[in-house]
Write a protein that binds this ligand. Structure first.
Ligand code: FAD
Ligand code: NAP
Length: 549
């Protein structure tokens, strides 16, 4: 469907919708907009599709949400025909799935790979977005959808001397598309977040020596990954509709975990221990956080769960000094991403593995031969940076995005991101963000959050076309009130007690703002639906009066 006024204004856009990114979000966006009969083009910086699962090929990379949940729900045929081999599938299997989806729905013909979008500018005279790539190619569209990812801009800290290092180095988020052999090598891993925790046990089995540089100890739980039996998969498939519907009514967009009914301190110490033990045995993080209602809102409740895991670390790691370093003491459990591992703590019992504390003695430089901390130097053949991402806003800030009157997104977000519902930002008409700051995004099963966002966006575009309206953008007051709500919601939890990439704390100089909406996926979805029922409350639609929030 094309908007007649566009041509009347004398400017014909090249396409209706430009999508930036071809990960889970970009691919579903293509599918969804094509269904509306729109002309769509996707630009992807990588040489292949898949986003996170294209770039993060490091050993041990897997999802930490069960694959039966962490997958598209939009096509029952797709979910019936696809067989996930593992409970938590490997990067390779997830990428294989993404390729299958692209082929099955004939998505590739509208994707331009190896194409980095450098700028996006709104032209108010024709109500168009003009997208320019790094190669200078310009394309115009009525709508621009940023499917650029929350964890897509890797960060190598600004260590002095990296260029002088004579060995090899890799970042987990830009892992080479070929095997990297660590056999017989002295390897240093910097970073012990989810990526480091997944790859350290595997590298330890190959390297002659592994030095783990840890600044902040994180909580991690056993994944208990396993192969899924054909019987288990078939049983799930017969009730797939039921599970998908259930996921929609949960805070994390994940089915299969009955909501807790009790607070932690309502149970006896013995009953709590039994519950935590059962969760520890079954593996997974959502199930553990679902032990009690108040684990993420009451410090006293949280302490019981944190102490349980601290006890597990102390009883697993044989060297008491190493165990003490691995015990997280500075944040509530779950307030940073709760990691999942396979044999992480056990790895520190190996004779070839050493843990180095870079909080007490920070890394001061990379030298020709290895890593130098304030206390010692370590000779290395390979360095792995598991140092994370400029998360949530990084990929957006990397593009020169200009809205009305030349306002740049970088300027507007200089003190922290501002959005309404995480979907749009005032002053940038017809620019949609998928899983943007202020939406549940990384605090939910992201495939579920992506589908919800794109269904909303597609509905919005269809509404504009049906009404003959040309632009939509948030009302500035509605945006302010949403940000206040996001902040109040976070302040009622323990999340702000942790320094993390959720707050921008991992990037020096980045504004400290708690970015995701933690009121729960189900509540957020209900708010989005209510906004639509109220005639797009809080949005300014050209040709229509605004409804106050
Ligand atoms: P991405 O997959 O990040 O795709 C964005 C794409 O946009 C990238 O390919 C990027 O190259 C491209 N792009 C960005 N900027 C530009 C530009 N300027 N021009 C052109 N292209 C651009 N989430 C979960 O819910 N469960 C999990 O188990 C889970 N595991 C994860 C494991 C790892 C190792 C990581 C890093 C993240 C994980 N996540 C997980 C989060 C994961 O990012 C999302 O689940 C999901 O894959 C995001 O999809 P996306 O399409 O939104 O973004
Ligand atoms: P991360 O959680 O941000 O961890 C980065 C690590 O690098 C931290 O330990 C950090 O220490 C350390 N670091 C950063 N700069 C440093 C410096 N200058 N000196 C010393 N150490 C430094 O990044 P990530 O592990 O890549 O994970 C990011 C997110 O991706 C996860 O939280 C998760 O959402 C997703 N992910 C999921 C999985 C999965 O299991 N499915 C796997 C990988 C990633 P500090 O903590 O002290 O800053």
């Amino acid at each position: 469907m094309r908007h007649p006024d566009v041509d009347q204004a004398g400017v014909t856009p090249d396409v209706d919708v430009i999508i930036v990114g071809a990960g889970f979000a970009g691919l579903y966006a293509l599918y969804r907009f094509r269904k509306l009969g729109l002309r769509v083009r996707a630009f992807e910086a990588g040489s292949g599709i898949g986003g996170t699962w294209f770039w993060n090929r490091y050993p041990g990379a897997r999802c930490d949400v069960d694959s039966l949940e962490y997958s598209y729900s939009f096509s029952d045929d797709l979910q019936q025909e696809w067989d996930w081999p593992d409970r938590f599938s490997t990067q390779a299997d997830i990428l294989r799935y993404i390729h299958h989806v692209a082929d099955r729905f004939d998505l590739r013909r509208d994707i331009q790979l190896d194409t980095r979008v450098q700028s996006a500018a709104f032209d108010a005279s024709g109500n168009l977005w003009r997208i320019t790539t790094a190669e200078g190619q310009t394309t115009t569209a009525r709508f621009c959808v940023m499917a650029t990812g929350n964890l897509s801009l890797p960060r190598v800290p600004d260590f002095a001397g990296l260029e002088s290092f004579k060995g090899d180095w890799h970042h987990t988020g830009r892992w080479p598309n070929r095997p990297v052999d660590f056999t017989g090598r002295r390897v240093g891993v910097i970073g012990t977040g989810s990526s480091g925790i997944q790859l350290i046990p595997i590298i330890a089995q190959q390297a002659s020596e592994l030095i783990v540089f840890q600044r902040t100890a994180n909580f991690t739980l056993p994944a208990r990954n396993r192969a899924l039996s054909a019987d288990e998969r078939d049983r799930h498939k017969t009730r797939y509709g039921f599970w998908r519907a259930e996921a929609q009514n949960t805070p994390f967009g994940i089915a299969g975990h009955p909501a807790p009914t009790k607070n932690a301190l309502d149970d006896t110490a013995e009953a709590r221990l039994a519950k935590f033990e059962e969760k520890w045995r079954n593996g997974g993080s959502i199930s553990f956080l679902y032990s009690y209602k108040d684990l993420l809102t009451s410090k006293a409740a949280n302490d019981t769960a944190a102490e349980f895991v601290r006890g597990k670390i102390r009883s697993t790691v044989k060297d008491p000094a190493t165990a003490e370093l691995l015990v997280p003491k500075d944040h509530p459990i779950g307030a940073r991403r709760l990691c999942l591992d396979t044999g992480y703590y056990e790895t520190f019992n190996r004779p070839n593995v050493k843990l180095v504390d870079t909080k007490s003695a920070p890394i001061v430089a990379i030298t020709e031969t290895g890593v130098q901390t304030a206390a010692a130097t370590y000779a290395l053949d390979t360095i792995v940076f598991a140092t994370g991402f400029d998360a949530i806003t990084g990929a957006l800030a990397d593009i020169d995005i200009r809205g009305r009157d030349g306002l740049t997104l970088r300027q507007k977000w200089a003190h922290g991101p501002r959005t309404y519902l995480g979907l749009m930002t005032a002053g940038f008409p017809n620019l949609f963000i998928v899983t943007g700051p202020g939406s549940p995004s990384v605090k939910a099963n992201m495939v579920c959050a992506i589908e919800q966002h794109l269904n909303w966006i597609a509905g919005c575009v269809a509404m504009l076309d049906a009404r003959g309206s040309r632009t939509i953008e948030p009302d500035a007051d509605a945006e302010t009130r949403w940000i206040e709500h996001v902040n109040e919601t976070a302040d009622a939890t323990l999340y702000p007690l942790a320094e993390s990439w959720y707050t921008g704390a991992n990037v020096p100089g980045k504004p400290r703002v708690f970015m995701p909406y933690v009121g729960g996926y189900h509540r957020y979805k209900a708010i989005c639906e209510e906004v639509v029922r109220d005639g797009y409350r809080g949005f300014v639609i050209s040709g229509l009066p605004t409804l106050a929030v």
